[in-house]
Ligand binder design. Structure first.
Ligand code: AG3
Length: 275
């Protein structure tokens, strides 16, 4: 079979995957949803032509977006995830014993349904009694929150289409208000090599303007374009670099380690210059 899926980044760059079959393909109210079985990376969830996650490498992103902020907070109890409809982030968050309540705000119910049907490795946490899913716009939801959450995770798609507002200053100011006095914010902040809509320095500065402490960290995700991927953490009190590695319990990781918690914040020169 010679069936391929191509993710086109811009007029000069595309990434191509050989696929075994198409499992789902539909237009939802918000976006084009595609689930395919790739030869190299297993099942993949693709939204508006952009690979969101694959079975083979999803743990890199989900462990890094969840455990870095959750171990930076000494006692996270109440967590808000915006986006995250595939379930990977909530699965990792549930590993933390201190967490009592998780709210997921995923605008598109069809993403959750597709994850339940085709990505059980990721979506297993949706049925946990600590989890509540709201199918609402994250921007509207957060406008109604004040002083409520210990950790807020923005697990969004690229800053184009439905997700644009999740990368703007007004949203980050609201996010800071939604957090308690010692709350921690983290967002996936895209590729240092490519721009989708907003540039990485723009996103970083928008976050920096809303939090007393801001730090970027990175990891390598083979199925995101160009591989190198960034996250930006905003904090009201705790510094991720001051976390004692001995306090990082082994909750069963495939990428994250106590050493990596710190090392991920060491940025290459070009990225420091960019910021
Ligand atoms: N969210 C970030 C996906 C960004 C990928 N971009 C791209 N392929 N152009 C992933 C959500 C996983 N829970």
């Amino acid at each position: 079979m010679n069936l391929w899926f191509t993710e086109t980044e811009n007029s000069n760059l595309a990434v191509k995957y050989r696929i075994k079959q198409v499992l789902a393909h539909k237009k939802t109210k918000f976006q084009e949803l595609l689930v395919v079985e790739t030869e190299r990376f297993g099942r993949a969830l693709i939204l508006d032509g952009a690979v969101q996650t694959t079975i083979a490498d999803e743990y890199v992103y989900h462990e890094m977006i969840a455990h870095v902020p959750l171990f930076t907070h000494p006692q996270p109890q109440k967590v808000l995830i915006i986006g995250g409809g595939d379930g990977g982030t909530v699965r990792e968050t549930l590993k933390h014993r201190s967490v009592e309540e998780i709210h997921i705000v995923e605008i598109d119910p069809e993403v959750v349904a597709a994850a339940k049907q085709y990505l059980p490795e990721l979506s297993s946490g949706f049925n946990d009694p600590r989890v509540t899913i709201h199918h609402l716009d994250g921007i509207e939801y957060i406008a109604g929150c004040q002083n409520e959450y210990d950790v807020l995770i923005i697990d969004s798609s690229d800053p184009v289409g439905p997700a644009v507002g999740l990368f703007q200053s007004q949203f980050y100011r609201q996010a800071a208000r939604a957090l308690k006095d010692d709350g921690i914010f983290v967002a996936q902040t895209e590729s240092p090599w490519l721009n989708f809509g907003l540039t990485l320095p723009e996103i970083y500065h928008n976050i920096k303007a809303a939090f007393p402490l801001t730090r970027m960290y990175i990891c390598n995700i083979p199925t995101y374009p160009c591989g190198l991927w960034s996250f930006t953490l905003g904090s009201k009190r705790y510094d991720p670099l001051e976390v004692n590695p001995d306090k990082i319990a082994d909750l069963g990781y495939r990428y994250y380690t106590p050493d990596l918690h710190r090392a991920a914040f060491v940025l290459p020169r070009f990225l420091q210059d960019l910021l």
